[in-house]
Design a protein. Structure first.
Length: 411
């Protein structure tokens, strides 16, 4: 109790409150030392009008910070990859490995969901354990993305297209390949059948696909089982019996399927691993009053640069790889068959280009980052004034402040 009598404190609560105030100011002072030079922001007021007036200035203050801007854009390029894989991943798997739409969606979900969950948890655990500052977190991100760049090589894995009459092979010679743009599903064997345009593929006994049973020249159907079985097919040449077909696509075994899914899992895992470091990293270098706004800007960038334009741009890109279009009455079209080589190359190029941009941007944020020196004369003077005002509140002017242990004596 003698310590408090010397310091002229009326009660212990005032002393503890003063120490808490000291600790809060010390924490803010130490944290602001990590802010990027030139990122400090002083609001003109705390009313609604003042906040609205300060909003454009606050946004510009964040955008002119090169480390923040690089981080925002890099998040956009990474979400560009994620959105492309999320939208077109099942279609890619369906085309490459001759799966049904349902099977492709299940496989894609089994890869994407665990990789996202595990990746985010790993990223948070790493930041918690190592307690890196901004540059350390950005270096970790660059390493993860660089390793992920190597794993994207699995996207070059592709399986050959199944022979498709009139699209990849001719009706007359089913070993003669056709180029994209030369397809014609009408032939002499089905020209008098008046076949429709709705896509309903069948697999012939010769392991060749046909646009519909009509385009295969089939005249008889057995619908008693789960799948329709067609017979007397004029376009299907089969030695020793009449040509037949089964409803659905032909299946081909592709040995690269397991390797492909593992590589995509690793790529997405490393992509989601950087989410926590990138978010917490950029929050650590902005002014305390702008952290919420920084989160909003980061979210805006990855949506405007990634989630929204990603599927649109990539969809236009792979349209050139489509070999079979189906048009409805409104003029809208749907692609049912892609050239596997072109599809794989398009996906690989998009992922690699975006990943290289991300690595360059995160590396640039390291180079541009300069910690703010909060120990200059003006700031130090301001801290002394704040401390003096705090002492005056509790009736203390020139006396040294107690330690927390001393203040807690007697409790």
């Amino acid at each position: 109790m003698s310590a408090f009598n010397v310091l002229n404190f009326e009660n212990k609560d005032n002393a503890i409150l003063l120490l808490i105030t000291q600790g809060s100011k010390e924490y803010e002072r130490e944290r602001n030392k990590l802010a990027h030079a030139g990122s400090t922001f002083r609001p003109s007021g705390y009313g609604v009008v003042e906040k609205l007036r300060d909003f454009p200035r606050a946004v510009f203050n964040l955008l002119k910070s090169l480390p923040c801007l690089c981080n925002y854009i890099a998040c956009g390029t990474e979400f560009f990859i994620i959105s492309c894989l999320a939208v077109f991943g099942p279609k890619f798997v369906e085309s490459q490995f001759s799966l049904t739409s349902g099977e492709a969606a299940i496989f894609a979900g089994l890869v994407v969901m665990p990789s996202a969950l595990v990746g985010v948890l790993i990223g948070g655990w790493v930041i918690k354990c190592f307690d890196w500052q901004y540059k350390g977190r950005m270096r970790y991100i660059v390493v993860c993305l660089s390793v992920g760049l190597l794993s994207t090589l699995v996207m070059l894995i592709r399986c050959p297209n199944i022979p498709f009459a009139g699209v990849t092979v001719t009706y007359e010679n089913q070993t003669q390949r056709l180029d994209v743009g030369e397809s014609n599903v009408t032939s002499a064997c089905n020209i008098d059948c008046n076949c429709g345009t709705n896509y309903d593929p069948v697999c012939g006994k010769n392991d060749v696909m046909y646009y519909t049973a009509c385009h295969a020249g089939c005249t008889h159907v057995d619908a008693s089982g789960d799948d329709k079985v067609y017979s007397h097919c004029a376009c299907i040449e089969e030695v020793g019996s009449e040509g037949g077909a089964v409803q659905g696509k032909c299946y081909q075994d592709c040995d690269n399927q397991t390797v492909f899914f593992f590589g995509v899992f690793v790529t997405l895992l490393l992509t989601f691993t950087i989410v926590v470091p990138s978010v917490t990293g950029v929050l650590s270098i902005v002014d305390e009053s702008q952290r919420s706004l920084s989160l909003g800007l980061q979210s805006l960038f990855y949506r405007c640069l990634g989630s929204v334009p990603g599927p649109i741009i990539f969809g236009k890109l792979i349209d050139s790889a489509c070999m079979i279009w189906e048009y409805n009455c409104e003029g809208e079209r749907t692609c049912w068959l892609y050239q596997n080589d072109d599809f794989a190359k398009s996906l690989f190029l998009v992922v690699v280009i975006c990943r290289l941009l991300s690595i360059c941007l995160f590396s640039g944020s390291i180079l541009f980052y300069k910690p703010l020196n909060r120990e200059d004369g003006d700031d130090k003077k301001k801290e002394e004034i704040d401390l003096s005002q705090t002492r005056e509140v509790f009736g203390q002017t020139n006396t040294a402040l107690p330690s927390l242990e001393g203040a807690m004596q007697g409790y």
